[in-house]
Structures are given as C-alpha cells and as structure tokens.
Write a protein that binds this ligand. Structure first.
Ligand code: SF4
Length: 122
C-alpha cells in the first residue's frame, strides 16, 4: 500500500510517499527533503499525534475564556476526547500565562496550559 503525506514540520510542506507492507510495516519513505520529514512520516503512520490549541472557560475573570494549548503532542485518536474534557473544564480567575488548566488530559500525560493571562473581575 502507498500512502501520501504532506510533511508539516516546516513551511516547505514536502510531499512524502510511504510504502507500507500488508502487515503494516514501513518499507520505504521518499520525497522528504530532510531527515525530519522521514521521522514525521514514520510517526504519522505508526502513532499520529497532534498539538491542540483552543480555549478554556474562566469563572470570575474579565474575559469568559482564556486561550490554551497542549504542552506537547497528543495521540490523534484522543483529540476529540481531549476537546470534550477541555470544553468541560473551568478555570478560576486570575489565570496566569503557563498555568496548568487541565492536568494529564484524558490520561495522555500531557497538560493543557494557558497561553495568555486572565485577570480577575473587580
Ligand atoms: S521534509 Fe524536511 S524540509 Fe520538507 S517539510 Fe518536512 S521538515 Fe521541512
């Protein structure tokens, strides 16, 4: 089987072709301009991951939400579960940049952290 992937590791966006055996093993990777593309393609086939950027609702803040992101990549198959957990989460103002808003989201070992601050409402 042949799988076409666009490497998103850098803005070059190289088109990569991965040949996969019937048993699911990677036979070859081509089209990558640098070694990072090979690693990206291999990970995309064996355990795809995604970073997540969204918002968490804030109680008692000058804003209703604060932007946040995953502190590391999350398994792709858990992205929707993670979004659900983040949607249910509430942060209490004040929120500081870098605060952990959801710890170990969905058992992934990855924290969801604030990427901005939100002062408390006076
Ligand atoms: S293969 Fe290398 S050069 Fe091409 S997009 Fe990926 S990281 Fe960038």
């Amino acid at each position: 089987m042949t799988k076409k992937i666009t490497c998103v590791t850098c803005p070059m966006g190289c088109p990569i072709t991965v040949e996969i055996s019937d048993s699911g093993e990677i036979i070859s990777v081509s089209g990558n301009t640098c070694p990072r593309g090979k690693t990206y393609a291999e990970n995309e086939i064996t355990h795809p991951q995604r970073s997540l950027a969204t918002t968490v609702r804030v109680e008692g803040g000058v804003h209703n939400v604060v932007p946040c992101k995953s502190a590391g990549p999350l398994p792709k198959e858990k992205i929707f579960d993670c979004m659900e957990a983040i949607n249910k989460a509430r942060a209490n103002a004040p929120v500081a940049l870098g605060d952990v808003l959801v710890e170990n989201v969905c058992g992934t070992g990855v924290n969801i952290v604030a990427t901005n601050h939100c002062p408390a409402k006076i």
